[in-house]
Write a protein that binds this ligand. Structure first.
Ligand SMILES: Cc1ncc(COP(=O)(O)O)c(C=O)c1O
Length: 336
């Protein structure tokens, strides 16, 4: 009888021996760069590209930072098998921690504002995460303060990822997102634009790009007020300042209204086939405004997650504005 053993090519045999070769973790990063074509037709000499970060296995840009934070914790000995991974996160980092921890065998506890979407709660529960809810009015800062309190009561139980202050967050982008963009644009990028949550994406990618070519301009994108509905982004002036956020490397900050971010996200779905989240809408809104003021150049921005993370929005912009008014009673849409 013929042997059932498979004939394995020598190259593949080497791959099979490499523990990471078939791990979900090896799929983090190396996301495609997509050109926005229809919505930029009126531009002469300026191209806009976006990194499709929702194609990371955990569904967002935060896979990159979370992986680096966990690996750094392991390397430093601060994260051991008996520790619980603890952090405050409005969702995407939590999902990334949950996915990576499931693979690496860690338990996870996350402090989140109680108004995060039902879908995010379900996703986190599916991964087996323990959720601790804080007052939605206090936003991501309320969750941040509560996570610190929990850690302070029993530091020996937890590994605190501390995405707002952990240099591993921006280093992930310095080592992956930055070089990927340089490679994918063949070094032709002239402007980099990214939303500010922790600042990790902007600062890490920005540092790498400036190091390569100091003439590359860097812009952060923030909501135009402390009361906004763009999940994942921070209005730095009215929030707790992330320790890793370094605005000295920036050439400027572009402020975006919540309604404009939502409207732009809807247009990206309908005109470009890119069903992305509101912070991608904000990033594109800022990119387009900047592009319209430029003569020539190559803008690269980041689309952090997909629209499927926000199933209640995008179907109808008017409905969305009403939903935001209920969720954030102080958010007053500006007059037309
Ligand atoms: C949807 C979304 N957009 C943008 C960001 C900003 O990324 P960073 O924390 O690297 O500034 C985040 C971060 O959590 C996010 O979840």
């Amino acid at each position: 009888m013929e042997s059932l053993s498979l004939r394995v090519e020598p190259g593949l045999r080497k791959e099979l021996k490499n523990e990471n070769a078939f791990s979900l973790l090896s799929l983090i990063g190396n996301t495609p760069l997509v050109q926005i074509r229809q919505m930029t037709k009126h531009l002469r000499g300026v191209r806009i590209f976006a990194k499709a970060e929702w194609l990371n296995p955990g569904g967002s840009v935060k896979d990159r930072a979370a992986l680096r934070i966990i690996e750094d914790g392991e390397r430093s000995g601060k994260l051991t098998r008996d520790k619980i991974v603890l952090d405050s996160t409005s969702g995407n980092t939590g999902i990334a921690y949950a996915m990576i921890s499931a693979i690496r065998g860690y338990r996870v506890q996350l402090v989140v504002p109680a108004n995060i979407s039902e879908e995010r709660k379900k996703a986190l529960e599916a991964y087996g995460v323990k959720l601790i809810f804080t007052d939605p009015i206090l936003g991501s800062d309320g969750a941040l303060i509560e996570a610190q309190k929990i850690y302070d009561t029993s530091p020996h139980l937890y590994f605190k990822g501390d995405q707002y202050n952990n240099p591993a967050n921006w280093q992930a982008h310095y080592e992956t997102t930055g070089p990927e963009i340089l490679f994918q644009t063949n070094g032709q990028i002239t402007h980099f634009i990214a939303g500010v949550g922790t600042g990790g994406t902007l600062v890490g990618t920005g540092r790498r790009l400036k190091e390569h070519n100091p003439r590359i301009k860097l812009y952060g994108v923030q909501p135009d007020s402390g009361f906004h509905g763009i999940e994942g982004l921070k209005h730095i002036e009215t929030a707790i300042r992330p320790g890793i956020y370094d605005e000295t490397i920036l050439d400027g900050t572009l402020f975006v209204k919540t309604e404009d971010a939502f409207e732009m996200a809807q247009r990206l779905a309908r005109e470009e086939g890119l069903w992305v989240g509101p912070s991608s809408g904000a990033a594109f809104c800022a990119s387009l405004k900047l592009a319209e003021s430029m003569g020539w150049g190559t803008i690269v921005t980041i689309f952090p997650d997909g629209g499927a993370r926000y199933p209640e929005y995008c179907l109808d912009c008017e409905k969305q504005k009403n939903r935001l008014l209920v969720k954030h009673p102080m958010l007053i849409p500006s007059p037309p």
